[in-house]
Structure formats: structure tokens, C-alpha cells
Design a protein around this ligand. Structure first.
Ligand SMILES: [Zn+2]
Length: 367
């Protein structure tokens, strides 16, 4: 993150603080010293309010660091690399390299964050129960804030919308049950966008009816969530066309030799298999493709004596390589208004891409 300053390195992970963190620190300290502590502890004195508020704010950020470290350490244990953790105005982000390899890894990496926040809350709660600090002491006040804040951080992060941890948990569950990573991302980010807007609306309502500062804060957090979820959604959309052709092509069906007659082509290659197109291959090299559409132009009485080579399309061929991106295939389908594209590697037919299967993919993605 630009504008972040490295403050430490833990387990090989750079810990950074973004300058926006200072606003959050100032706001939390100001809120605690100005109203939270004075209303619960009227006897403390001004200096105590500010000292306790600053300590409580630092402890909250320490807790968020623990939360992020939990994500990062599990990610490292699952074989991923973690470059850095950055604390910023809305919390923390772990910069985890690469995509998770399995739904199970994703689930574990995501769930451990809220779990550690809730454990910190539990620890605070138990300390309070044991009477740590004593009645009405600053230590008690700080502990109550610590417990509540960690509880809220844990619960908030469990909301099932991307990019919150709960959204990642939801994504991993959909991913595991459907096997469809992109679809899981689409759903989880859609829920995230919904939560983001809800929070914006709740923030506006709070700002109007109750507390302007809290309302604004909620609104900004909601806006941030909505933007992050939208970015994730967009990148998952983009990935569909970044997919290499080989990942979605069908294996080539039986080709026909260019010397075969049109009537043999229709009777032996097309009708029995309900095929609408057949690649034409000679000596292992692709020389063309022949489709039902091509047959329209040939007098039916001449089918017996016309070879495939006279009716076929190509050369030149409309073709892609197996490592080309799917976006190239999309462009060719649209430009030539055709229903299939041959996938060719060094003149050898290695697959075929059909318009119908691409459309199926796009429709699934949009749902
Ligand atoms: Zn988290």
C-alpha cells in the first residue's frame, strides 16, 4: 500500500502502518476521552481520560494486528507467501501472494481471523470477571473497551460479504459445494456489495437522526466495502477472458479427409452424430472446416461427386492457439459470425471451441 511506513517485521512479514491509520487513532482516542470514558467514569480527571483513551486505541490496533497475523500465519502454513500486513484507517490488510489453491485452505485462512478476535474478546471478558484492575479503575475501563471492540470486530468480520472474512468463508463453502471458484466469487462479492450499501444507508440514517460522527464513519466503511467487493467482482469477471483457450476447449471430434465426398460426409460424419461442423485434416494437418452452412451453396445432386475440399471453408482458417486467451476467441466468433473455432498448434488440430459452450460459461458467470 502506498503511503505506508514499515514499523516491524514478524515471522518474515513486514508490518506497516498507513498514514490514514493516524486519523483512525486520533478519532478513536478523541471519542473515548471526550465522551465514552467520561460518561462511565466521571471521577477520572482529564489526563487519565486521554491516557486511557490512547492506550485503548493502541490496544485495538494491536488486536487488529493479531487478527491479521492469524490470517497470515495460517496462509504461510498452507504454503502461501505473505509479504506484508498494513494497518490503515478501516483496519488491517494482509498482502497474501497468489490465489488460494483449495476451498479448504481459503476457509481456514479466513475463519481464523474472526476466531482470534473473538478469543481476544473472551480473554478480556475473563480478565474482567476475575476482577483485573478493580472497580472503576482505568484498567477496567480499557478492558471493557478492549473486550467490546474485539467482539464487534469478530462479529462484523463474520458478515458473509466479500471482502470481509465471512465473505471468504461463504466463498469457500460455495466453491467446495459447486467446484466453481468464479461463481463463488461472484456470489460472495455480490453479497458484499449489498452489505456495503446497507451500511452506507445505515450511516446516513445515523448521521441524520443520532450521531453525525458515527454515521459518517459507518458510511465510509460501507463505501469502502462496496468498492472492494466491486473490485473483486470485476477482477473475477475479467478472469473469464484471461482463461487460456485450452482450459475450455473440447477435444476435436473425428475429422474428415478433403477427398471424401460431400454425401459421405453428411451420411457418415454429420447425421449419425448430429454434428453441424467437421474439421478437415490431411496428413495430420488441418486444412479447413466444413459446416452445414457451407453445404447450402452446393447443388444437392452433385454431393456424390463433390469432394469436401471444394465445399470447405479455408485455408485461411479462423483459428486460435491453445495458449491464446479466451477473449481472442470471443472476438473471432463475433467478427466472423461463426459458431466454432478450431484450436491449432503447429498445424495440428488440438481442440475446438464452440460458441454454445462459451455462451453457457458467460451466462453462468452473470448469475
Ligand atoms: Zn480478517
Amino acid at each position: 500500500m502506498n503511503g505506508a511506513y514499515k514499523i516491524a517485521t514478524v515471522a518474515g512479514i513486514d508490518i506497516g502502518v498507513h498514514y490514514t491509520w493516524l486519523f483512525a487513532f486520533a478519532l478513536i482516542t478523541w471519542t473515548l476521552a471526550g465522551s465514552w470514558f467520561p460518561s462511565d467514569y466521571p471521577d477520572w480527571g482529564e489526563a487519565t481520560y486521554w491516557a486511557a483513551a490512547a492506550i485503548a486505541a493502541l490496544l485495538l490496533f494491536g488486536s487488529i494486528l493479531v487478527h491479521e497475523l492469524a490470517h497470515s500465519l495460517v496462509a504461510i502454513a498452507r504454503g502461501m507467501s505473505v509479504r506484508s500486513i498494513t494497518l490503515f484507517i478501516f483496519g488491517g490488510v494482509s498482502n497474501i501472494g497468489g490465489d488460494t489453491r483449495s476451498a479448504r485452505d481459503e476457509f481456514q485462512i479466513a475463519i481464523v481471523g474472526p476466531v482470534s478476535s473473538l478469543l481476544l474478546a473472551l480473554a478480556g471478558f475473563l480478565a474482567l470477571r476475575a476482577g483485573v484492575g478493580g472497580d472503576d479503575s482505568p484498567v477496567e475501563g480499557i478492558l471493557i473497551y478492549f473486550t467490546l471492540a474485539n467482539f464487534l470486530v469478530g462479529i462484523f468480520n463474520l458478515l458473509p460479504g466479500f471482502p470481509l472474512d465471512g465473505g471468504r468463508v461463504l466463498r469457500s463453502i460455495i466453491w467446495a459445494s459447486t467446484g466453481d471458484n468464479a461463481r463463488a466469487t461472484g456470489i460472495a462479492s455480490g453479497v458484499g456489495i449489498g452489505f456495503g450499501w446497507l451500511l452506507v444507508a445505515a450511516g446516513v440514517l445515523t448521521a441524520i437522526t443520532d450521531d453525525v460522527m458515527s454515521g459518517l464513519w459507518m458510511g465510509f466503511v460501507g463505501w469502502y466495502l462496496k468498492d472492494s467487493a466491486t473490485a473483486v467482482r470485476r477482477s473475477s469477471k475479467r478472469s473469464i477472458t484471461d482463461v487460456p483457450v485450452r482450459a475450455v476447449m473440447s477435444l476435436p471430434e473425428r475429422p474428415v479427409h478433403p477427398d471424401v465426398s460431400i454425401s459421405a460426409l453428411v451420411d457418415e460424419y454429420m447425421i449419425p452424430f448430429e454434428r453441424r461442423s467437421v474439421p478437415v485434416v490431411e496428413d495430420d494437418r488441418v486444412v479447413g472446416i466444413i459446416t452445414l452452412h457451407d453445404l447450402d451453396g452446393i447443388n444437392r445432386n452433385l454431393w456424390g461427386e463433390t469432394p469436401v475440399s471444394e465445399g470447405m471453408t479455408g485455408p485461411p482458417l479462423v483459428a486460435v492457439g491453445p495458449d491464446d486467451s479466451l477473449s481472442i476467441a470471443f472476438q473471432l466468433l463475433a467478427r466472423y459470425n461463426i459458431n466454432q473455432i478450431l484450436v491449432i498448434k503447429s498445424d495440428v488440430l488440438v481442440g475446438i471451441i464452440k460458441r454454445s459452450s462459451l455462451l453457457g460459461m458467460v451466462v453462468r458467470e452473470r448469475e
